[in-house]
Design a protein around this ligand. Structure first.
Ligand code: PGA
Length: 249
């Protein structure tokens, strides 16, 4: 399967800034290499505009950064899978560490969002990862196992590997400039792979992305590691210049 090179723009960019970034990205990357797929998780207000700027270009897709697990209803401030799809999104993120740790999302809610998004025809990148305190307390394996078990609780065991990817993002590496080393990435991704194989019949085929201070100059090494099937990039995805170098690394 193609490597998934994903940008997470978080709460950055007006529509005009988003359009300019996508135009520059398409110029710099052109048709993505045959083994790469480019995905941009845009803020809700910019999804439609990113989708229009991409204009159905091969190898590119746009996603939302969150969803609420209901078709519609009295959920002020929330957004449904149908609304995301209406704006042009084909993917959505669930369980990003900023939603878990700043907005207080539980494993259980992340699981409901993941299963509901898939049931409504969105593809999902489910994010997991340990905090520094959890790592130092020797809880890496247990945290990843719990987040995967609960995050995938309602997901059909035979979910298509094209529709679901996992992003391993150690919380201590997000936005800190502290990238996990090759040994740490290998260990965590092997753990995720083993858990996935137990939880889903398609688990050995799912893509596992690494996220946390990915930059143009560390991407090639990271994506060459075993069980690393792409990257999820925050800060370095905001500028087309650096994200295009990541996509082409
Ligand atoms: P970062 O963010 O690349 O800025 O560390 C990654 C993420 O939050 O997905």
């Amino acid at each position: 399967m193609k490597k998934l090179m994903a940008a997470n723009w978080k709460m950055y960019k007006t529509r005009e800034e988003a359009a300019m970034t996508i135009a520059s990205l398409k110029l710099a990357v052109g048709l993505p290499p045959a083994d790469r797929e480019v995905l941009v998780f845009a803020p809700f207000t910019a999804i439609e505009c990113v989708s229009a700027c991409l204009g159905g270009a091969d190898g590119y897709a746009v996603g939302g950064q969150d969803l609420y697990p209901a078709v519609e209803g009295a959920f002020t401030g929330e957004i449904s899978p149908g609304q995301l799809k209406d704006a042009g999104a084909t993917w959505v993120l669930t369980g990003h560490s900023e939603r878990r740790h700043i907005l207080g999302e539980s494993d259980e809610l992340v699981g409901r969002k993941t299963a509901f998004a898939l049931s409504q025809g969105l593809k999902v990148v489910l994010c997991i990862g340990e905090t520094l305190a959890e790592r130092e307390a020797g809880q890496l394996q247990a945290v990843l196992a719990r987040q995967l078990k609960e995050g995938l609780a309602g997901v059909p065991g035979d979910v298509s590997a094209a529709d679901l990817a996992i992003a391993y993002e150690p919380v201590w590496a997000i936005g800190t400039g502290k990238v996990a080393g090759p040994a740490e990435i290998l260990e965590a991704h092997a753990t995720v792979r083993a858990q996935l194989a137990q939880l889903l019949t398609t688990g050995s085929n799912l893509r596992i992305l690494y996220g946390g201070s990915v930059k143009p100059d560390n991407t090639a090494e990271i994506i060459s590691l075993d069980n690393v099937d792409g990257v999820l990039v925050g800060g370095a995805s905001l500028q087309a210049e650096s994200f295009s170098r990541i996509v082409l690394a």
